[in-house]
Structure formats: C-alpha cells, structure tokens
Design a protein around this ligand. Sequence first.
Ligand SMILES: Cc1ncc(COP(=O)(O)O)c(C=O)c1O
Length: 399
Amino acid sequence: MKLIKDFLKYQAKTTPHPLSIEIKNAFGSHIVDSDNKKYLDFIAGVSVCNLGHSNPVVIKAIEKQIKKYMHVMVYGEFALEPSVKLSKEIVSKISKNLEVVFLTNSGTEAVEGSLKLAKRFTGRKEIIAAYNSYHGSTHGSLSTVGVTYMQEKFQPLLPMVNFINFNQDKDLYKISSNTACVILETIQGGAGFILPEKNFLKKVKKRCKEVGALLILDEIQPGFGRTGKLFGYQNYDVEPDILIFGKAFGGGLPIGGFCSSKKIMNSLSFDPKLGHISTFGGNPVISSASYAAIRELYDKKIMNKINSKEKLFRKYLKHPLIKKINGRGLMLALILQKSSIADYLVKDCLKNGLILFWLLWEKKAVRITPPLTIQNNQIKLGCQIILNTLNKYQSKFVN
Ligand SMILES: Cc1ncc(COP(=O)(O)O)c(C=O)c1O
C-alpha cells in the first residue's frame, strides 16, 4: 500500500480518481498486482502492448542493443543501424508514396511534426480537423482536438484550425485552397471507435487533391495490426500524404513517427534547415524494440487471427445492456445503454480481475483493446466476467 500512497502523493494526477493498482509484473495477457492478484488485460496499456506484456523477442532485442550503444547523437545526424532498419521496414510495408520516416518520442510529437510539415510544404496556414477527434495533448495537437471544453482553459491555441464532421460529405466543401492539411484519425478513437463510412476517407483525399491540401491520417491507435492490417487505412483503399503512428510501434517502449514522400518530407531540412528536430527521436534501443515488434507481428502471423478474435468478442458479448459494439478488429467499444453502466462495468470488472477502460469522449463506451496475442479461452473468460457484471448491474439497478 505504501507505493499507492506515494504514487498519489508524488506523481502528478490526470484525474481525481486514478484506478491505482500497484503493479508487480506483467506477462502475456496478464498483469499482476503487489498482492499477487492476477488481472486479465483487455486494454493492453491503451492499445500499446499489442504483442502482450514482456514479449521475449522484444526484450531480447532491447538487451542486445543496450550492450552495443544507447544514445549517441541527436536525431538525424548519425546512421544508427536500428533506426535505419526500422524506417526501411516500415516503408516496405506501406503505400508507395510514403517513402521516408521521421522518428519521434511520442504520438503527440509526431502530430506536431506532421502539422508543421504540411504548413511548410504547402505554404498555407489553415488546418482542418474533425469534431470529436483526439490527436494529443501538446499545444499544437490539442488545437486539432475537436472537443471545445478540452481546449477552452488552454487558449490561445493554434489559430486557423477549423473543424468538419467525420463521415459527413456535406462538410467537404470546407476544404479549400487555403487548407494546408486535413488531419483525421482513420478510426475515431475517443468518439467511440467510429469507423469511416461510405468511402469518407477516399472522398476527403479526393477533395484534398483537388485543392492542393495534404491528407494526414493519425494511426496512433489502430496502427500495428489492431484492425488486422498493419495500418487501419489499408482497409479503406486510401493513401494518406502523411501517416502518423505511435503507441504499439515501440513494442512497449515510447516512440512515434510520421511518414511522407521524399519530396514533402525534404521541406523540413531547408529554409529553415532543422525545420523539425529531436534529441531522442529514433533512439537506438527503442528502435531495436520497435523493429523486433514489427517482425514478430509478421513472423508469428498475428494479424491473420484478428478477424476470428473479433468474431468471438461479438459472439460472446450479447446482453440487453449493450446497445452495440463499435470498432473493428481488436479495437472494439461496447456502447452501453447509459454512462453509469460503463462506469460500473470498468470498476466492478477490475475487482473481478479483468482490466477494462473508458473512452475519452463517449461516456457510454467501454473499450476493449486487448493484446493481439490474446488467446481464445482468455477472450471467453473475460467476456464471461463482463456478462456476469452486467447481470449483477441489471439485478441491482434495473429490475
Ligand atoms: C489517435 C491518437 N492520436 C494521438 C495520440 C497522442 O499520442 P501520445 O499519447 O503518445 O502523445 C493518441 C493517444 O492516445 C491517440 O489515440
């Protein structure tokens, strides 16, 4: 209990009531607390631990690299084998127009770099984002978060950021020859795991092309296999001009990145040179982990099983209190009848050894984003805990 006390005393809080479990260790789909209570993890550190906790292949890669060298120079000056190999690997697996990678330390930093890149390349000032989006918490990325109450207390943010409704063709006219870029999540996360519909992303790209704006897709959450493809956009027959990734990219270590064509990305290296810089971006130890994580995704054919695992979740999770299940692959959101059920579900399941979590904006939602390596029997077990909890809620508060 001492750790919790010190955690609450010395570490800055993001909410008044953090879940506050004291972690002892974690492996595969499980997390163990300091009382040796074992939790089944349906969250994966919020879509980070796609290969499960403490993946041995990733650990081995980290250990090997640590013995050679760690930080030697700021990003972009020296050729470091792990970062070069990683960039080459990513580029080999995405659209042909995405030719170069800028490695960052986090998702929000990749968003910052992308917005700057679009402004620098197009010479334009307007940024268009979507209502109910989430792109990060630093000033630039927060400016593109489509939720006014999150921005109000931190104004002034970036000027000339305008918003469109996700999946609304009638808003496309707002993208004009003043627009530097349109930044969208491929699947809107905080809003409730909202999928793009009726070729929306394709239509945005077409409009961007017509007016000379760039399409930026934020794949920080769906990226690295969660939807059954390496990136979510690969399900939607669209090619972004800039692709952003993070979260699961590092196999559990902090890293982000953005990708574009050579021509576009080059504009960050002159007039002014050092247009975007980073001390730790492309850190060799993290890049080694990241490369190992991508190889593991492919070598173990992990993405091939995402579809059948999604089907299992959808088969088991039928209950009158669940209105619908949003999302795709292992990026699923239970939309409950009301927000108090979502609240009860997260807290009660935790007591019963299952980790669930909320979404940022959709308060009726509970996210299910387990490690992609989760086993079928673990899916069944976790879903049973969810159903039992919903039955308990029903008998306590509904009947
Ligand atoms: C879609 C999306 N964009 C950006 C971010 C910000 O990433 P980070 O927390 O690594 O800065 C997140 C994080 O949750 C995200 O889900």
